[in-house]
Design a binder for this molecule. Structure first.
Ligand SMILES: [Zn+2]
Ligand SMILES: [Zn+2]
Length: 104
């Protein structure tokens, strides 16, 4: 089951579970459509995989299977299953850096 992460890893924009603008890779790195298309050219910066539209979860299913509330921004939480892939995004950066970064 998808985690349905609540925000873009790049710009921290809110991406609610019913948002049509959420994009995910196979590891569920989550980005908004702007970052995915304009900054990342459709490829995940963490693992290099494709970023595709995240399927929306119907409201009645959300009640039983709630979306994740754990915000992942710029690599926090990356490394569980993706350690060593590309070597990017594994740095532990403080939150305030993430908001200004264009790196991803
Ligand atoms: Zn974004
Ligand atoms: Zn990824």
């Amino acid at each position: 089951m998808l985690e349905m992460r609540p925000g873009c890893e790049c710009c921290d924009r809110d991406l609610p579970p019913d948002s049509p603008d959420a994009r995910i890779c196979t590891f569920e790195c989550t980005f908004c459509s702007d970052c995915a298309e304009r900054r990342l050219a459709g490829a995940c910066p963490n693992c290099g995989g494709e970023l595709l539209t995240r399927p929306r979860r119907p409201a009645d299913k959300l009640a039983k299977y709630p979306a994740s509330t754990v915000r992942v921004v710029k690599g926090e939480g990356v490394g569980r299953g993706e350690a060593g892939v590309g070597g990017r995004g594994l740095r532990q950066s403080p939150r305030h850096e993430a908001t200004s970064g264009l790196e991803c």
